[in-house]
Design a protein around this ligand. Structure first.
Ligand code: TXA
Ligand code: MG
Length: 316
């Protein structure tokens, strides 16, 4: 892994966002906050820049990236919207929903972004700094989460600084991410399908559609490449649904339990989602070798929290 770049820190005023946008325009790698997690952005039309991004993350190149744009109109330059896609975009953009849609043949997106697929994952973020950077740049920004592949996603400036300094060209310091979980990913073809649970609850999407989503893995449903089982991994081992704590374990609690760290003592799933990745970073910093996690209800954002925790607990 390269560890020799000077990583410039940008503030969030217009002049600084303009400067960060110029780094993107020059093919550079700039991390920036979104409402979900920090993204590591590059110009999605520049294959050299995308290749550097894969290298900086140490990411398998078969894993395609999400493109970020400022509006539905901008998205229409790159993907085809069917009726369902338009309903979802109008209901939830800007916001924590990524749509996987057919790539337009005339789109300027680098094939490295889609990893050769004929679909593109795209979203409009809901964060003043992300949207300010997109406006200053004026083009599509491909951005995976700003962590080395396989590690916990960053939800605070300090996470990105600690993980990526020396590997990337810049970081926009925009404070903490409000949602704290990656976006929910939905493909609309051949049938509306949930590819990844995330920061927008599935129940909200199903209410907007008036019917249930298919689940990836069902027959004829597309799958999301790169949803590796072992992912979001803290350094320690992880045991889920812990009703009691064994000797040598550090408890990551939820609800009114006595724990080293607690995602939400009051049992609030939104609060727990926002805290989850920071808690995993903190457990790393504490050197926790065996992590036990309290049971988390599997509805609303609990579904995405449990998805991330199962990946953290997967054998590696
Ligand atoms: O909230 C988020 O989504 C964050 C912020 C930065 O926007 N981004 C993020 O990106 O989580 P990343 O690269 O960590 O996750 C992208 C996911 C991968 O699991 C990938 O497989 C899926 O999106 N994906 C991308 N393009 C796809 C496609 N054409 N079809 C199916 N899945 C796709
Ligand atoms: Mg990621």
């Amino acid at each position: 892994v390269m560890n020799n770049l000077t990583t410039r820190i940008f503030a969030t005023d217009q002049a600084e966002l303009d400067a960060a946008a110029r780094v993107l325009a020059g093919g550079g790698l700039v991390a920036f906050p979104t409402e979900t997690v920090y993204g590591l952005g590059v110009d999605a039309r520049n294959s050299d820049a995308v290749a550097r991004l894969y290298q900086a993350k140490g990411r398998p190149s078969f894993n395609p990236l999400i493109v970020h744009v400022g509006s539905i109109e901008a998205a229409k330059q790159f993907v085809e919207f069917d009726h369902t896609a338009l309903v979802l975009a109008q209901a939830f953009w800007p916001g924590a929903l990524t749509l996987v849609l057919p790539l337009r043949r005339d789109s300027a997106i680098s094939p490295l972004v889609t990893a050769g697929l004929e679909t593109l994952a795209i979203r409009v973020p809901d964060h003043s700094v992300a949207n300010g950077l997109l406006a200053a740049f004026g083009g599509p920004v491909a951005a995976p989460s700003a962590n080395p592949s396989g590690q916990v996603s960053p939800t605070k400036f300090a996470h990105v600084r600690d993980l990526m300094t020396g590997r990337i060209d810049g970081i926009v310091d925009g404070g903490d991410c409000g949602v704290g979980l990656e976006s929910t990913i939905v493909a609309t073809k051949p049938t509306p399908t949930l590819l990844r649970a995330g920061g927008l609850p599935v129940e909200a999407i199903e209410a907007a559609l008036g019917y249930d989503l298919a689940l990836a893995g069902d027959t004829s449903a597309p799958s999301s490449p790169g949803q590796l089982a072992s992912h979001y991994a803290p350094a320690g081992t992880v045991r889920l649904n812990a009703q009691t704590v064994e000797a040598g374990e550090t408890l990551l609690g939820f609800g009114p339990v006595d724990a080293a760290l607690n995602l939400s003592p009051s049992g609030d799933l939104i609060h727990a989602a926002a805290r989850l990745f920071d808690a995993l970073h903190q457990l790393n910093a504490m050197g926790a070798a065996r992590i036990a996690v309290s049971p988390i209800p599997d509805h609303g954002l609990g579904r995405a929290i449990n998805d991330r925790l199962r990946r953290a607990a997967a054998p590696r």
